[in-house]
Design a protein around this ligand. Structure first.
Ligand SMILES: [Zn+2]
Length: 481
């Protein structure tokens, strides 16, 4: 065997390299539709990778302001910061777009195992959860795996704390993330439990990997039975409670939460523009959400997306790349618990939506960019838009972000779907995203400067090409001759 002769695979590779030239994998030629933007794309990539400006900007947001829950002083500070930064960048039409937002406050909260022994349990209340009565609720737990398990055991749910212990499967190359299926107990577990008379619900954190970190998030129920307090617990403690129940130890917990829903308040989406040189009334939106959960720093979710949009506009302006149409940064407010910012934008800018040629959202973390999802209200427009998008994503081959597929583009831009706006979602390598999603560990040190810079490059190139190209992604096909 040749490998035995050289002693190792490395030796074999070196030997082969010595006798034959490295095989050359010629890149396929750039599609005609992408060629006009190739030079700009190369300049954008060089500018984005030249330094760690994007990461430094994200670090200031994360370190100086921190997490940014709707209704918090921190979010107000972040809104003022984003406006000041983009004014300093020389952006045009920097302004706030006033939005009425729901206000949920966490307050003091705690969870403890009280039987068969006393031990504190790390927890995070879920958005929109009501608080417990003063002093908390104490009850035996009923651990269930899923809906069918709850249905089988519903007679035992009354007066109990129902624990949903459905493990999220790890990220895999074929299916990607399993977040979409695992999150349903966080979204509606409390409602399911309340229907059977439970006094509270605890949900296994939506993650496949845990360092005993609880993951918060919102829940979707405001109809049905009166809401019961709901919180996330760690995967480790969910498993522990399940083991205790299986051993017949009848574990009991005490949950105390001061969470409350308050009267609606005021917030703002932040807007800034690079005004188009030929068709200023036609708009490409680039966006991320400025609010975050009230734990960690909201670095990947979604400080990264915010900085991608801000830096894209800064780099395009610095390079003198003013496209035909306007590129508009929109930093959404209240994505995490209400989506009020994007809903208000869709309503208040309804008359302009026909001239929104695309809306890009980055809200899948700031890991290596992979490409774009594409979504359109009209399936035929989605098919031809995706075909045209694939020509443009070829511009992103140098940063390995040239993938394009039909798919959900993001919660915020989804609000523009009824306005028939072509929607793009910035895809990233999500293998590690849900390990830290909505936790105290979502901090800026988890963001890699080069990966963030490549995301900036991808968004700036895509925004530029969409704002510069003669037509729109969803234009009807030309008449066949
Ligand atoms: Zn997000």
């Amino acid at each position: 065997m040749p490998s035995a002769r050289f002693g190792s695979v490395v030796g074999l590779a070196l030997a082969l390299a010595a006798v034959s030239p490295a095989p050359s994998f010629a890149a396929p030629p750039l599609p005609e539709a992408a060629k006009p933007y190739a030079e700009a794309a190369a300049r954008i990539i060089a500018a984005a990778r030249a330094d760690d400006a994007a990461w430094q900007r994200l670090a200031r947001l994360c370190d100086d302001i921190g997490h940014r829950l709707t209704g918090s002083k921190n979010l107000e500070r972040a809104i003022a910061w984003a406006k000041a930064e983009m004014k300093a960048d020389g952006q045009e039409n920097v302004r706030g777009h006033a939005v009425e937002v729901p206000i949920w406050v966490r307050g003091e909260e705690s969870l403890a195992l009280v039987h068969p022994r006393a031990a504190p349990l790390p927890m995070l209340g879920l958005g929109y959860s009501p608080g417990t009565p003063p002093g908390g609720v104490e009850a035996e737990v009923l651990v269930v795996v899923d809906e069918a398990d709850l249905e089988r055991n519903k007679a035992r749910a009354r007066g109990r704390v129902v624990v949903f212990n459905d493990p999220m499967r790890p990220f895999d190359a074929v299916c990607g993330t399993h977040y979409g299926e695992a999150v349903r107990f966080r979204s509606s577990g409390a409602r399911m439990a309340a229907e059977h008379g439970a006094v509270a619900a605890l949900v296994r954190s939506v993650t496949a990997h845990s360092l005993r970190t609880p993951h918060t998030g919102t829940q979707g129920y405001r109809e049905g039975p009166p809401p019961i307090p709901a919180a996330a617990i760690t995967t480790e403690d969910a498993d522990r409670l399940a083991r205790m129940q299986a051993r017949g130890q009848a574990p009991r917990v005490r949950l105390a939460m001061q969470a409350a829903n308050r009267a609606p308040g005021q917030s703002e989406n932040v807007i800034a523009e690079l005004v188009g040189r030929e068709r200023p009334d036609e708009v490409v939106v680039i966006s991320g959400h400025l609010d975050s959960w009230d734990v960690g720093q909201g670095a990947h979710d979604d400080g990264g997306g915010v900085v991608m949009a801000m830096e894209s506009l800064r780099i395009l302006r610095a390079l003198g790349l003013r496209p035909r149409r306007t590129i508009r940064v929109v930093l959404w407010t209240n994505e995490e618990n209400g989506v009020a910012g994007a809903k208000a934008y869709a309503k208040d800018f309804a008359a302009e939506l026909p001239k929104h040629v695309a809306a890009i959202e980055a809200d899948m973390g700031a890991f290596d960019p992979k490409g774009y999802t594409f979504q359109h209200l009209d399936p035929a427009a989605e098919r031809r838009g995706l075909r045209r998008l694939r020509a443009l994503t070829a511009l992103l081959r140098p940063i390995h972000a040239d993938h394009a597929e039909s798919g959900f583009a993001g919660v915020d831009v989804y609000q523009l779907r009824e306005g028939r706006v072509p929607l793009l979602g910035q895809m990233t390598d999500m293998a590690r995203y849900f390990d830290i999603h909505h936790t105290a560990a979502d901090t800026v040190d988890k963001v890699d400067p080069r990966e963030l810079a490549d995301n900036v490059a991808a968004m700036a190139i895509m925004a530029y090409a969409l704002a510069e190209m003669p037509g729109r992604l969803d234009d009807p096909e030309p008449e066949k001759k």
